[in-house]
Design a protein around this ligand. Sequence first.
Ligand SMILES: C[S@@+](CC[C@H](N)C(=O)[O-])C[C@H]1O[C@@H](n2cnc3c(N)ncnc32)[C@H](O)[C@@H]1O
Length: 326
Amino acid sequence: MTDAAGEVPTDPFRHPAFMAAPGQLADWRLVLVYDAARSTGLFEALPATPADAAARSGLAPVAVRATLDALCDAGVLQAGDDGTVGPGPNWPSSAADVQLHQHATTLRRWATSLEARLRGEELPGRGVFQLKEWLQSMAVHAASEADPVAEAALGALQPARRNAADLTALDLGGGHGRYAAALAARGVHVVMQDRADVVAVVEQEGWLAGTGVELVAGDFHEQLPDGPFDIVLAVGVMHTMGPELAASLLARVGTRLRPGGVLLIRTMLRRGSPTASLFAVQMTVAGLGGDTHRLEDYQAWSAAAGLGAPQVTPAGNGSMLLAVKP
Ligand SMILES: C[S@@+](CC[C@H](N)C(=O)[O-])C[C@H]1O[C@@H](n2cnc3c(N)ncnc32)[C@H](O)[C@@H]1O
């Protein structure tokens, strides 16, 4: 599909995730149109003319035509000379497809629950529906982040320990397992802890098969593996809880680290960036007790946990904190 000047339209989904920087966010209308076509099975009826696609899918012909036209004009689909519609130059990759679905789900959630949250009304928290897709969308993001995170954690160890043959790590809330796998690929024995339903998905899907990562199912607020560990990862985890739980979790992490061991946190610091501030709203909307925390909070919790002051560096659209146990 080309526009009137013969150019391919700019890819509307080049930033498919909902946590894009302000000004980069994909057009919400196209995100919802794409997701509706995906969810109703319309894409499975393609390639076809709009009329044939409506007949094949059992969907409403006028709505099908409008949906396909919008996606064709964005270059997501394209129509041949005979009117047959199929994938266009901006058809999303399978990774972007998962992120777009997560994005659309988030849009619906913000649209229907933000005002209620502000008023303090009771609303159920986000459930574990579509758990596998949620994990997959985070894995897309982690694909490019896991190696740098592993390198940063290993690089923060004392030189004498860095190349030890018996390095151990704990990946807290490891989810899909990409970060755990990146450390394991570097010869580290990794224990990954997550909720039982998440661990069950990882096992069913075989995402960590052959990596040597040891899976532990259980709430990290109730129990932590004994260790001791050289590295503890808390990537995308600390903002899933309020300050009291964060302080007590880090205090217990401190007891599991070896002297010279490293705690690596990836998170959004409160007011760390405009994206981080919007992320705090997302935590409110999710309604599961999560929140962003201030750097001062992490400094105080690290000190109380017997760790050195965290070193902070920008990482992706958030921050990385590295704290070493003396
Ligand atoms: C936002 S995801 C981050 C996943 C992964 N570390 C990443 O950055 O892509 C947070 C993870 O923490 C896990 N989690 C949250 N609360 C937990 C708890 N109390 N005990 C164990 N895991 C928990 C969730 O199930 C989820 O996998």
